[in-house]
Design a protein around this ligand. Structure first.
Ligand SMILES: Nc1nc2c(ncn2[C@@H]2O[C@H](COP(=O)(O)OP(=O)(O)OP(=O)(O)O)[C@@H](O)[C@H]2O)c(=O)[nH]1
Ligand SMILES: Nc1nc2c(ncn2[C@@H]2O[C@H](COP(=O)(O)OP(=O)(O)OP(=O)(O)O)[C@@H](O)[C@H]2O)c(=O)[nH]1
Ligand SMILES: [Mg+2]
Ligand SMILES: [Mg+2]
Lengths: 292, 277
């Protein structure tokens, strides 16, 4: 749809006349609205736009036979470049040592489901994963993980306890004894505004020394994605992002906000409730979805 | 006293930014700012105080707020629906607690999410804590049949309120929407002389997709109200504004945390105060 809008804006420009500043401005306004309606954060949109204008005012568009299409291409390419990252595989240590993957995020973002999905994926790849039920707050959270663990055939470490840090400590000791090489820790949903809960996850991170601290974010998150991710990144440190519920029809602009504010790679997307519904993150796919 | 020169473009830009960053959406924010520019041109706004008041008035007008008090003389069934993870199950517990505290009415909780792992356990936990009965079958059973049973058993025991949980579902999954329609039909047919309400739960951190959710579910089964959970997050929950304005569905409550008391009736003034900083 945005390519049609650009075609309309540049419709009356033939190969020999030049594109006016007005055309560029109109096109830029269209991108701005498209990105905002796709839930990309306003400040991120601004930065993106400013850099795009420079390129759009350049030779390529001005001399193009179809400036509208050229414009779309520039925007699309820039989004892909922004989203892309070579580090998008899980950064795990070798199979004869321990790798801890810590999952964190807001309430209901998909952590428990995603931790089981990751366990299944890693098991299929020949690793020996164990799931740690470190959400001791939500009713039936441990049971939920146990059921999912059973579904994917991965052991779940859990304890009758209210102390998540203690459970993680014991889980690490247990995992070493039993030679699991990948320890996936599911944690309670929390707000960055909750000091006690942020302290808890900081402690969990300190004692487990994860190779991956994954922020699980809901694909439908709006403008506040930036504030949230920034806090988690500054206080705990995010090594990667997983965007869940991408099977919704949310445009997923939060992906851009998250990447741009943390600088960390988007690793996977969740595309459903089943354990197989985890896919690698492809920037091209996300970029075209954001552009609608 | 200010004139159109005094209200700089900067002023409009700042307002537009604030509305967009509160998730009102680009379209709604721009429309509002355009309306204000026209008012300024017509000199109907003469000072800053009036400007702020006008913004508030417009936003207030967009909001539709309502209340629902169960009828003590009838069977009231409330179906709670929404996409995955927004806070439906927790909201049911809060709603049941609210009706107990405010009107001394006890609810029967219907475990209509027969799909997700430990969904039934989660609701049973709440039922225990609240001392309210939970009607459930085993995982994987037909949600329509659970709700059917809940209505029968509540009716035979003279219970007045049933709050039915449903599985989270994406509004763009046809088979899931079909299932919801089926459940809706079962309830409508069975509660012909009772009161039947359908409340959508949305997450306050949701962006523009919130409108899509409300629109699709409204089209599928018809919505009587919206409850916005997780209002205690960093989000201003501005998405409720285009939902109310465009779809004419009232907002009823806000969820402000994970406890039963973290539940308040939607208050227009407080909401706007917080939104406009
Ligand atoms: N459609 C869809 N649903 C998902 C996806 N990931 C998770 N869900 C669903 O989203 C809901 C919440 O998932 P959970 O895994 O419980 O989320 P959580 O982050 O662990 O929640 P808390 O522990 O309460 O913070 C459940 O209904 C899941 O089945 C996804 O990729 N697509
Ligand atoms: N901070 C905060 N968390 C909430 C609120 N409402 C619900 N939650 C949390 O959000 C998470 C998901 O809540 P649920 O009630 O399981 O959500 P749901 O819509 O039933 O999820 P599914 O059944 O999986 O689709 C839980 O961790 C809740 O404690 C709220 O108002 N504020
Ligand atoms: Mg969880
Ligand atoms: Mg639920």
């Amino acid at each position: 749809r945005i390519s049609q809008k650009f075609t309309d804006i540049f419709r009356n420009i033939s190969g020999k006349s030049t594109i006016s500043e007005k055309n560029i401005r109109e096109a830029v306004d269209e991108i701005k609205i498209t990105l905002l309606e796709a839930d990309v954060n306003l400040r991120v949109v601004r930065r993106f736009i400013n850099r795009t204008i420079e390129e759009a005012s350049g030779e390529k568009v001005l001399k193009a036979v179809d400036p509208g299409q050229q414009f779309v291409k520039i925007v699309y390419d820039r989004l892909v470049a922004l989203l892309g990252d070579e580090r998008k595989d899980l950064n795990l240590k070798g199979p004869d040592t321990h790798s801890v993957i810590l999952l964190m995020g807001l309430q209901g973002s998909g952590k428990t489901t995603t931790s089981a999905k990751l366990a299944l994926k890693l098991k299929k790849e020949g690793r020996r994963p164990i799931l740690v039920a470190a959400d001791l707050v939500r009713p039936a959270a441990v049971k939920q993980l146990q059921i999912l663990g059973e579904q994917v055939g991965v052991e779940v470490y859990s304890e009758e306890s209210k102390d998540a840090v203690r459970v993680v400590k014991n889980a690490l000791a247990y995992s070493k004894k039993k030679s699991f090489n990948t320890i996936i820790i599911d944690t309670a949903g929390r707000l960055h505004l909750d000091d006690a809960m942020m302290k808890e996850i900081k402690k969990i991170s300190d004692i487990s020394k994860p190779v991956e601290t994954l922020f699980i974010a809901d694909a439908m998150t709006g403008q506040s994605a930036v504030t949230i991710a920034k806090e988690f990144h500054e206080r705990i440190g995010i090594s990667g992002v997983i965007l869940s519920k991408f099977d919704s029809d949310a445009r997923g602009g939060a992906a851009i906000s998250l990447k741009s504010v943390t600088g960390q790679p988007l690793k996977f997307i969740g595309v459903g409730e089943k354990m197989e519904d985890l896919e690698p993150f492809y920037p091209e796919r996300i970029a075209s979805r954001i552009l609608g | 006293l200010f004139t159109t020169e005094k209200i700089s473009d900067h002023f409009f830009e700042d307002l537009e930014d604030m509305l967009i960053e509160s998730d009102l959406g680009a379209k709604t924010s721009l429309e509002l700012v355009e309306k204000l520019r026209k008012e300024i041109k017509r000199n109907t706004i003469v000072n800053e105080k009036e400007f702020i008041k006008t913004v508030r008035d417009y936003l207030s007008e967009y909001l539709i707020v309502d209340d629902f008090k169960p009828d003590e003389n009838k069977l009231n069934i409330i179906m709670i629906l929404g996409v995955n993870g927004v806070g439906k199950t927790t909201t049911i517990a809060k709603l049941a607690s609210y009706y107990k505290k405010e009107f001394n009415m006890t609810s029967v909780l219907s475990a209509g999410d027969t799909f997700r792992a430990a969904a039934i356990d989660q609701l049973i936990y709440h039922g225990d804590k609240l001392n309210m009965r939970v009607v459930h079958q085993q995982q994987g059973s037909d949600p329509g049949s659970v709700i059917f049973d809940s209505i029968d058993s509540a009716f035979s025991r003279g219970e007045k309120i049933i709050i039915a949980d449903t599985a989270g579902r994406m509004h763009n999954r046809d088979n899931l929407v079909k299932e919801l329609k089926k459940i809706n039909k079962i309830i409508s047919n069975k509660v012909s002389d009772g009161i039947y309400k359908k409340f959508l739960v949305i997450d306050a951190t949701t962006g523009q997709n919130g409108i899509r959710q409300a629109e699709s579910f409204n089209e599928a089964v018809g919505l009587d109200g919206i409850i916005m959970a997780k209002y205690d997050s960093a989000s201003k929950g501005g998405i409720i504004i285009p939902i109310c304005r465009d779809l004419k569905i009232p907002v009823l409550f806000l969820g402000t945390g994970e406890g039963y008391d973290d539940f308040i009736k939607f208050d227009r003034e407080n909401f706007l105060n917080y939104l406009l900083g």
